[in-house]
Design a protein around this ligand. Structure first.
Ligand code: GRF
Length: 201
C-alpha cells in the first residue's frame, strides 16, 4: 500500500508516521508529503528523512475545489491508497472526499465529538473537562465528524494550560496515528456506517 501525508505546519505527526514507515512498523510506502505552506517545518523534516515533498500553492488556484482537484491528480498519479491529514489546515472539499472515499484519515487533539475544529485543547480546558485526548477518524464532508478509528484518553490536571495539554496529547497522537495507519494498510479496518471495526485489534 502507498500512503501520502498532507501537513501545513510543524509536522511532528508526519515525522512519527514517516519513522513508523521507515522502521517497517507500518508496512507501506510513503512516496510524498504534500503541503499548502512553503514555510511548513514539515518540509525540513521530510528533507532530513529523505522523503519527497511537494508544495502546492493555494494562491495559484481560483477556489478550494480546483486546489483539491490538483492534489487529487498528484495523489492518483502516485497511486496513493491512503491519505493522512496531519495538521493540514485546509478543510477538504467534496472533490477530494469523493476521490478517496473512506481513504482519508485525520487526527484531532480532543475526544470527538467533543471540541471539533480549531483550538480543541484550549476549548477543553475552558470547558473544565477532566479528561481529553486524541482521535483518529475518517474524513467525511463535515469538520471532524467522520467515523472514529481509535482514541486515546489524556487526563487534564488543574495546572494544565493549552500548551501543556497540547504537549501531553501530542505524545499520544504520535502513537495512535501510526497504529491506525498500520491497521488500514494491513486491511484490518471495516467501516459500517459510523461503526469502525478493527479485526484482531
Ligand atoms: C496536532 O495537534 C493535530 O492533532 C492537529 O494539528 C496538530 C498538528 O501537529 N490536527 P503536527 O504538525 O503534526 O506537529
Amino acid at each position: 500500500k502507498r500512503i501520502a501525508v498532507l501537513a501545513s505546519g510543524r509536522g511532528s505527526n508526519f515525522e512519527a508516521i514517516a519513522r513508523a514507515v521507515k522502521s517497517g512498523k507500518i508496512p507501506a510506502n510513503l512516496p510524498v508529503l504534500i503541503t499548502d505552506n512553503r514555510n511548513a517545518k514539515a518540509i525540513e523534516r521530510a528533507e532530513k528523512l529523505g522523503i519527497n515533498w511537494i508544495f502546492v500553492d493555494p494562491t495559484s488556484f481560483p477556489d478550494r475545489e480546483t486546489y483539491d482537484a490538483k492534489i487529487v491528480a498528484i495523489l492518483k498519479h502516485l497511486n496513493v491508497d491512503l491519505v493522512c491529514l496531519a495538521g493540514y489546515r485546509k478543510i477538504v472539499t467534496s472533490v477530494f472526499i469523493k476521490a478517496f472515499p473512506m481513504k482519508i484519515l485525520n487526527i484531532h487533539p480532543a475526544l470527538l465529538p467533543s471540541f471539533p475544529g480549531l483550538k480543541a485543547q484550549e476549548k477543553a480546558i475552558r470547558y473544565g473537562v477532566k479528561v481529553s485526548g486524541a482521535t483518529v477518524h475518517f474524513v467525511d464532508e463535515g469538520v471532524d465528524t467522520g467515523p472514529i478509528v481509535i482514541q486515546a484518553v489524556v487526563p487534564v490536571s488543574p495546572e494544565d494550560t493549552p500548551e501543556t495539554l497540547s504537549e501531553k496529547i501530542l505524545s499520544f497522537e504520535h502513537r495512535i496515528y501510526p497504529q491506525a495507519i498500520k491497521w488500514f494498510v494491513e486491511g484490518r479496518i471495516k467501516v459500517n456506517g459510523r461503526n469502525v471495526i478493527v479485526e484482531n485489534a
